[in-house]
Design a protein around this ligand. Structure first.
Ligand SMILES: Cc1cc2nc3c(=O)[nH]c(=O)nc-3n(C[C@H](O)[C@H](O)[C@H](O)COP(=O)(O)O)c2cc1C
Length: 212
């Protein structure tokens, strides 16, 4: 049996905060499709590092290059920094740093160095000017090539960034470390009882290898 979910917010779904469904779709809660998590680093117009927790993304390449496809809220400092400077880094962080990642969301102070706010260590980039995060096991240095307003409503834009350099922690280069609990971290919405409510919370997970 399949539950059919139309393109309309179920009547019993409540807003977590006023205007929640202006920014999110009910499909995000109802489907729970996981997102790999990372920290986006950019430079603020005061020269200080900006950090944002991110996950609405995909990564794909062809013979012409490798690209980060990431959705950014127009309200975020990160979006404004990228549109201005056309550069950013994507830093993949493992679960052991989750509280540090959240610190950058809770203390989103434009005047301050957010790498310090998160308790992270700044690492020099190789090609772009946006700093990298030393604690990341992979950092991608990216140059923005395109921006597409996803729904046309000025809420989120898909930014396509060309990866111009990658830095990888030696311990993660070969083998399975990237794919276990010290590797890529995912999040997804948990839904307790679709028919009755949309209570639930954001949960985290990692990959588990099945074919050994
Ligand atoms: C788990 C998680 C994933 C997120 N993913 C994104 C994302 O991909 N794009 C985005 O614009 N905001 C995302 N956010 C929200 C930003 O992290 C948050 O708005 C942040 O404060 C923006 O920082 P900034 O204003 O310095 O850019 C996410 C938040 C969380 C908690």
């Amino acid at each position: 049996m399949k539950i059919e979910i139309p393109n309309k917010i179920p009547d019993h779904f409540k807003e977590y905060w006023p205007g929640y469904y202006d920014y999110f779709s009910h499909y995000e809660e109802a489907l729970g499709i996981p997102h790999v998590l990372f920290l986006i680093t950019t430079v603020k117009d005061n020269g200080k590092p900006n950090v944002a927790f991110g996950g609405w993304s995909s990564f794909k390449g062809d013979k012409n290059g490798f690209f980060a496809l990431i959705s950014f809220s127009h309200k975020s400092h990160t979006y404004k920094n990228i549109i201005r400077d056309k550069e950013f880094c994507v830093n993949f962080i493992n679960w052991s740093h989750i509280e540090n990642c959240w610190a950058t969301v809770k203390n989103n102070d434009y005047e301050k160095d957010e790498i310090k706010i998160g308790g992270f260590t700044e690492e020099k980039p190789t090609v772009v000017s946006a700093p990298r995060i030393a604690e990341a096991f992979i950092s991608l240095e990216c140059v923005m090539e395109k921006e597409i307003d996803i729904s046309g409503a000025g809420v989120d834009s898909l930014v396509i960034g060309r990866v111009v350099h990658a830095g990888v922690d030696k311990d993660y280069m070969s083998g399975m470390k990237k794919f276990g609990k010290d590797g890529f971290m995912f999040y997804h919405q948990e839904l307790f009882d679709f028919d009755k409510n949309n209570d639930g919370k954001r949960r985290y997970s990692h990959l588990q290898t099945l074919d050994d």
